[in-house]
Design a protein around this ligand. Structure first.
Ligand code: ATP
Ligand code: SF4
Length: 318
């Protein structure tokens, strides 16, 4: 695999008054260049925290507690903030869930895209930056003249396109999209996903989609990483993960996704994810796992390679 990002033993903790939340716990994986990779898992599994770590934007009381994020050969974890600013928005960009909270309602969308060119010194003045903003809008399938529109004059889907335009303005090699279509209806959702796929091919960029929707992830991705309680429990090519899930949690997620395995097989996952301040001993999934056996509540599993997948489960170790 031609790795764009190598994540090695990455941990991110939130140091709260009630305890340390291990939101991302010893994650190791490579993100390939020019592919569509989805991170799936229930709410609170650590997906957004992992995405924010890649941008070094973990809010207090959180911080990267250990590990490395090697992006295009540079470890981002120890990088001075000044250098990180040159990477953020230029080499690694992010699109968030709700376009309304990310856009300033009082400024024309063109000016907001133009900011990216001005901040990174790509345009020397506002006029040139606005011209480039028009080109960025065309890249996401919108007419240039929309640069003069205010956010409220656009539909939800168009607003999301504006944010994507700003995110890809400088042709990053990694675009992170955190639940980018949750606020949109299914038809608009499909169009935004088509756009992300087109941009991935055109710009030879890696797209990292964060979603709780394993059906959506399986339609769009080349690879899927399944997160549970801060850990990536299974990671591999989409067909293998969907057709023959190795980890009992992946299987549970698939069995609760009606679109994927047919309604007859809907079971739903019993129980709830653990409190990440006090995760259970051993495998964090053991209280909910239908296949737990002798070592599971005592010994923490470590990664095992199975074909071109990695899995974190005692069923495959040794
Ligand atoms: P969602 O889909 O709901 O966004 P997620 O999988 O993206 O969930 P995260 O938002 O990364 O998960 O949260 C992982 C864990 O970290 C959760 O237990 C959450 O409560 C905790 N957490 C997230 N942000 C903070 C914060 N600012 N302070 C304290 N704990 C936090
Ligand atoms: Fe289930 Fe044990 Fe595997 Fe955890 S390690 S997923 S409890 S079988």
């Amino acid at each position: 695999m031609d790795a764009l990002v190598r994540i090695e033993d990455l941990s991110v903790h939130y140091y709260t008054l009630t305890g340390v939340v291990k939101a991302v716990d010893r994650v190791t994986l490579d993100l390939p260049r020019g592919e569509f990779v989805s991170f799936v898992g229930e709410s609170g599994s650590g997906k957004s925290t992992l995405a924010l770590a890649l941008l070094r934007l973990i809010p207090p009381p959180g911080r990267i507690a250990g590990g490395r994020i090697v992006f295009e050969g540079t470890d981002l974890v120890g990088l001075p903030e000044k250098k990180m600013k040159g990477i953020r928005g230029r080499r690694i960009s992010m699109v968030f869930q709700d376009p309304m909270t990310s856009l300033d309602p009082l400024r024309r969308v063109g000016e907001q895209i133009a900011d990216v060119y001005l901040e990174h010194g790509v345009a020397s003045d506002k006029k040139e930056a606005l011209k480039l903003a028009g080109e960025a809008l065309e890249m996401v399938g919108m007419p240039r003249d929309r640069v003069y529109y205010y956010p409220h004059q656009l539909s939800g889907g168009q607003r999301q396109r504006v944010l994507i335009a700003a995110a890809v303005a400088l042709k990053p090699s990694l675009l992170i999209a955190d639940e980018p279509t949750t606020a949109l209806d299914v038809i608009v959702q499909a169009k935004i996903m088509d756009l992300l796929e087109d941009l991935m091919r055109e710009l030879k960029m890696t797209v990292l989609l964060i979603t709780h929707d394993i059906a959506l992830a399986s339609e769009r991705s080349n690879r899927i990483a399944v997160m549970y309680a801060g850990r990536v429990v299974e990671y591999g090519p989409v067909d293998a993960v969907i057709e023959d899930p190795l980890h009992p949690y992946t299987r549970g997620l698939l069995e609760s996704a009606p679109d994927l395995w047919g309604e007859k097989r809907i079971k739903g996952l019993p129980g709830t994810p653990p409190d990440l301040r006090r995760p259970p001993p051993g495998c964090p999934f053991h209280p909910r796992c239908p296949r737990r056996f002798e070592p599971c509540d005592k010994v923490d599993p470590s990664y095992t390679r199975v074909g071109d997948r990695i899995v974190l489960c005692h069923l495959y170790s040794g």
